[in-house]
Design a protein around this ligand. Structure first.
Ligand SMILES: Cc1ncc(C[n+]2csc(CCOP(=O)(O)OP(=O)(O)O)c2C)c(N)n1
Length: 343
């Protein structure tokens, strides 16, 4: 279990929420200052989803975040310095300055980079879970997509395949009410995205995506089921995209009263209310945590700025995987279990 700040789980989770928020807010500011390469899709307001679904995973599990899930990288343990260098398109970044942040991936922390085609990584997540099953490995995949992407064929194909083969997949639909300017009412005719899981033969759960307790609980149930051969789960985290689709979108198509209503359900403030019930001095903790997060973000920005941009010939590095051609374990080795398969 990752420990970012404190051995006290409730406080460590608070730090995790604040780190995600602070880092994303810093990226938004740097974007306005023209320091970030490519688009920025803030997950502000959705921190409980990324923290709740990634915090308790094993290091050997794999995650498949999408454009609004910068926080997943941080929770998995990607160094904020490398992540910032990636966002600034620098040579010290994860893909050594070859592309913007979403597509890079971080193999050291089992984070799979996203495709531009929404939903495109869901079949990959199912494929990775299929490999786990073939090799007798007890790892899970957690893959993310928006309610907009839930209308894409790839997402259905992945869930159908995962259901048929009872794969260790946790599908996380971040229902933040809008796909760019399209409201959820024009996206889904049925009662929920989660309901669709029934058609694939597994469990679908609608959950409160702003409530960290609930996100941790439903994720841990889904992960346990997956690890024990019980097959996939579809979690529909109901939440709200607080900002526009990206930094250039004012989201003027939204009703002000709706935005104000969701502000009262802010996931960070909800966790502060819980800490207050535990008699934690929240004001003091907030000041301490915000100072630490600021420090992390400043260090990351300074590190990124000090790294050069890539040179043209660098594009030819890392084009082929180094271990292509490594023989796969035989069927006999696989049937002897994870140890024999080198898991
Ligand atoms: C197949 C495909 N269609 C359209 C786009 C352009 N696009 C990028 S993000 C986005 C909105 C996605 O909404 P949703 O899946 O609900 O995720 P959210 O942005 O709300 O987190 C769109 C339309 C794309 N990248 N891929």
């Amino acid at each position: 279990m990752p420990r970012f700040y404190s051995d006290d789980r409730s406080i460590d989770l608070y730090y995790a929420l604040k780190l995600v928020r602070g880092f994303e807010d810093k990226v938004s500011v740097l974007h306005r200052q023209n320091e970030i390469l490519g688009g920025v899709y803030s997950g502000r307001g959705q921190e409980a989803v990324v923290v709740g679904t990634a915090y308790d995973l094993d290091a050997s599990d794999w995650v498949f975040p999408i454009h609004r899930d910068l926080g997943v990288w941080l929770i998995r343990g990607t160094d904020p310095k490398l992540l910032m260098a990636q966002l600034m398109g620098r040579r010290a970044g994860l893909s050594k300055g070859k592309d913007n942040w979403t597509h890079a991936g971080d193999a050291a922390h089992n984070v799979f980079g996203a495709t531009s085609m929404l939903g495109g990584t869901q079949p990959v997540a199912a494929g990775v879970a299929w490999k786990f099953k073939l090799m007798g490995e007890r790892h899970v995949t957690v893959s993310y997509f928006g309610e907009g992407a839930s209308s894409r064929g790839d997402v259905h194909e992945a869930m159908n395949f995962a259901g048929v083969h009872k794969l260790a997949c946790v599908f996380v639909c971040e229902n933040n009410q809008y796909a760019y300017s399209t409201p959820v009412s024009l996206q889904i005719a049925g009662e929920s995205v989660a309901r669709r899981a029934e058609g694939y033969g597994f469990t679908g759960v609608v959950c409160n995506g702003n409530d960290l307790h609930e996100m941790l609980r439903v994720t841990n149930e889904a992960v346990e089921r997956a690890r024990n051969g019980g097959g996939p789960t579809l979690l529909e985290a109901v939440t709200y995209r607080v900002k526009g689709h990206s930094e250039h979108d004012r989201a003027a198509y939204r009703d002000k009263a709706e935005v104000a209503a969701w502000e009262t359900k802010d996931p960070v403030r909800m966790w502060e209310a819980f800490l207050d019930e535990l008699d934690v001095d929240v004001a003091a903790l907030r000041a301490e945590v915000e100072a630490r997060v600021r420090e992390v973000c400043e260090e990351a920005s300074e590190f990124a700025r000090s790294s050069p941009f890539a040179d043209g010939p660098d594009a030819l590095e890392d084009v082929y995987a180094a271990d292509v051609g490594r023989p796969l374990p035989s069927r006999a080795e696989r049937s002897q279990g994870p140890g024999a398969a080198g898991a």
